[in-house]
Design a protein. Structure first.
Length: 369
């Protein structure tokens, strides 16, 4: 039995520092932890820390000054407007990290001063005071626009909170560009610019690939929450099955903890031969759970994820997935923000990109050498 490969430690360091940057933890003075501090925190060598910091420097988020340390890259504040980020569930998936990096680079190129914002506050946002406080904070920072990733991790009240936040920002004269998801239930469309992927097509492409590799008993596994994107992806998944003449019922969709052996056993009792997962973390948990139960992948069941997280290809069973065009999403979001700050009065734009299929061993056996 092969030992599961661990994610390289330098990626853990990269994700830790990057997550703190985009959450605003280092925004006060621009200084980030020294190499020595990171070495002690992660119990590693200077070379490993240096590799992580080199990756961060490549994103354009930091500057390395020999003998002085590492600092957030200063934006050109002379002529550019101030914009910020509001990202709910940051850290739940690494998907937003490359998008944030591209937004930072694009903002710098467009002469926008990007102030790294924060996650949505943990206090309930359907009360007036937290939303007022949120808007007051942005106004105090002279923020003219916010890149907003709505919260999908909460219950049904999250949609109302998201809409209230977007409305409050707009009422305060702050432009809003949504990333990845809308502030209203699918298939409705909110009155704000949005940049992301075509989630309906993504669900369709997942199912289509499983059909193409011979699956006929195809199920969908998702986590709780993720209201808007989940609904859109399941809709596309259903369209592909119905197009292929395979019946779709609500029993095809399973919501829960993919890493729970009890959940996996219940799923296996449905005898699926193909499973589309909401995103790669769900797919990875499911693969690990199935391996624990001695289920052969892709021999017994084939699995496809979505997002193409960094370590998906390094697992004992590399994950077939759909790759999101993070660079294009970040650039387009910045361009839309520039238009709104220039008083563009056109109706809200929805820029939805396609995904790219990355075929790996979880759906197709590796070639014999």
């Amino acid at each position: 039995m092969r030992t599961p490969l661990k994610k390289p430690l330098y990626l853990d360091i990269f994700e830790y520092v990057h997550g703190n940057i985009v959450s605003g933890a280092y925004a006060a003075d621009g200084r980030i932890p020294t190499d020595g501090q990171l070495m002690r925190r992660f119990h590693t060598t200077r070379a490993t820390v240096a590799k992580a910091m080199k990756e961060l420097e490549r994103t354009g988020l930091i500057l390395r000054r020999p003998g002085a340390g590492s600092f957030l890259r200063p934006a050109d504040r002379a002529n550019g407007a101030f914009v910020s980020t509001l990202i709910a569930g940051l850290g739940d998936t690494e998907f937003f990290e490359p998008i944030c990096a591209q937004i930072a680079q694009a903002c710098h190129a467009c002469n926008l001063s990007l102030i790294w914002g924060a996650n949505s506050p943990s206090t309930p946002l359907d009360a007036a005071s937290p939303i007022d406080a949120l808007c007051a904070r942005f106004r105090a920072q002279r923020v003219s626009g916010v890149f907003f990733v709505p919260d999908e991790q909460a219950d049904a009240h999250s949609e109302n909170r998201n809409l209230l936040i977007a409305r409050a920002l707009s009422a305060a004269g702050i432009a809003v560009v949504l990333l990845d998801r809308d502030v209203v239930s699918f298939p409705a469309q909110g009155p704000y610019d949005l940049v992301g992927i075509d989630n309906v097509d993504a669900g369709y492409q997942q199912a289509r690939h499983l059909l193409d590799v011979g699956c006929t008993r195809i199920h969908y596994v998702t986590r709780p929450g993720s209201l808007w994107t989940k609904s859109a992806r399941i809709h596309g998944f259903r369209l592909a099955l119905e197009e292929a003449g395979i019946g779709f019922t609500p029993d095809c969709v399973h919501t829960g903890d993919a890493g729970d052996p009890a959940f996996s056993r219940a799923l296996l009792r449905q005898k699926p031969d193909g499973i589309a997962c909401f995103h790669d973390p769900v797919a990875i948990q499911l693969v690990q759970s199935f391996q624990h139960l001695k289920v052969a992948i892709p021999g017994h069941v084939k699995i496809i994820g979505l997002d193409d997280v960094r370590y998906a290809e390094f697992l004992p069973v590399p994950i077939t997935t759909l790759q999101q065009p993070c660079r294009s999403i970040g650039i387009q979001a910045a361009e839309l923000m520039v238009r709104r700050l220039n008083r563009d009065t056109h109706p809200p734009r929805r820029i939805l990109f396609g995904t790219r299929l990355i075929v790996r061993s979880s759906t197709c056996p590796s070639p014999t050498r």
